[in-house]
Design a protein around this ligand. Structure first.
Ligand code: NAI
Length: 232
């Protein structure tokens, strides 16, 4: 369908990002998938998808990816800022370079991506921004997740700020805030069993649902609990 909506998904090569791509493809979206190595991107079978280079540490990357997406599809209706990193250090053990890296990848790059896509999101009339933030954007769970939480609190505030900035133009921004999700990132952070964690497919269908809501029923934040922590 040539008039189908178009979503950009960062970090789409694995984990939550690749499941979001699969869920949106099933829902009929056309996809622009970003990854540092596009050869590692496997678009969902049958999807109308562009695989493009995107490196959150390269400040030129977002504009190039947006331009290629607009050229290929002629429209951009949603940006899913999913790419992210975790550095498991306390704020005391971490140095400035660690914090800079987290802020670059988890905060500044998503904001650059949304800014670059902004004219297209506004032109869509129902532009959508979804950030994959974290429950670590809402509470500091432990010393070891403290530095990561600093970046995710910022990502959550950024999402609310985008929501305000786009409100009158029909753009709606939503922060998805999961606890542990069974991906490579959680496996590196904890030895707790993946079956007790939120499954990435479930995060993906929440994203698909949020994207479909009209501007008159928009959700700002979605906190998601696994079974491995207290109810939020
Ligand atoms: P993951 O490690 O499997 O995936 C992260 C994705 O981000 C990968 O595709 C990776 O290539 C990409 N990425 C990392 N650095 C990048 C860079 N410099 N440029 C471009 N892409 C880059 O982990 P997961 O769980 O799928 O993470 C997705 C998002 O979900 C992240 O923002 C993460 O912080 C967030 N999250 C994850 C939770 C978990 O327990 N797994 C819980 C809450 C939030």
């Amino acid at each position: 369908m040539t008039d189908a909506r178009v979503a950009m998904i960062s970090g789409a090569s694995r984990g939550i990002g690749s499941e979001i791509a699969a869920a949106l493809a099933r829902a009929g979206w056309r996809l622009s998938l970003g990854a540092r190595n596009p050869a590692q991107l496997t678009p969902p079978p049958g999807a109308d998808a562009l695989a493009h280079c995107f490196d959150a540490r390269d400040p030129a990357s977002e504009k190039l990816w947006v331009a290629a997406t607009a050229e290929r599809f002629g429209r951009i209706d949603a940006v899913i800022a999913n790419a992210g990193i975790m550095i498991p250090k306390t704020v005391i053990a971490a140095d400035d370079a660690d914090l800079d890296d987290l802020i670059q990848v988890n905060v500044k790059s998503p904001l650059r991506l949304v800014r670059a896509a902004w004219p297209h999101l506004v032109a869509s009339g129902h532009g959508r921004v979804v950030t994959i933030a974290s429950l670590s954007g809402k509470r500091v769970k432990s010393a070891g997740s403290g530095l990561y939480a600093v970046s995710k609190f910022a990502a959550l505030a950024m999402t609310h700020a985008i929501r305000h900035a786009g409100w009158d133009e029909g753009v709606r921004a939503t922060a998805i805030c999961p606890g542990f999700v069974a991906t490579d990132m959680a496996a590196a952070a904890t030895s707790r069993p993946p079956e007790g964690m939120t499954q990435p497919q479930d995060v993906a269908r929440i994203v698909a649902f949020v994207l479909d809501l009209p501007g008159t029923a928009s959700i700002a934040e979605v906190p998601i609990n696994s079974t491995l922590e207290d109810s939020w």
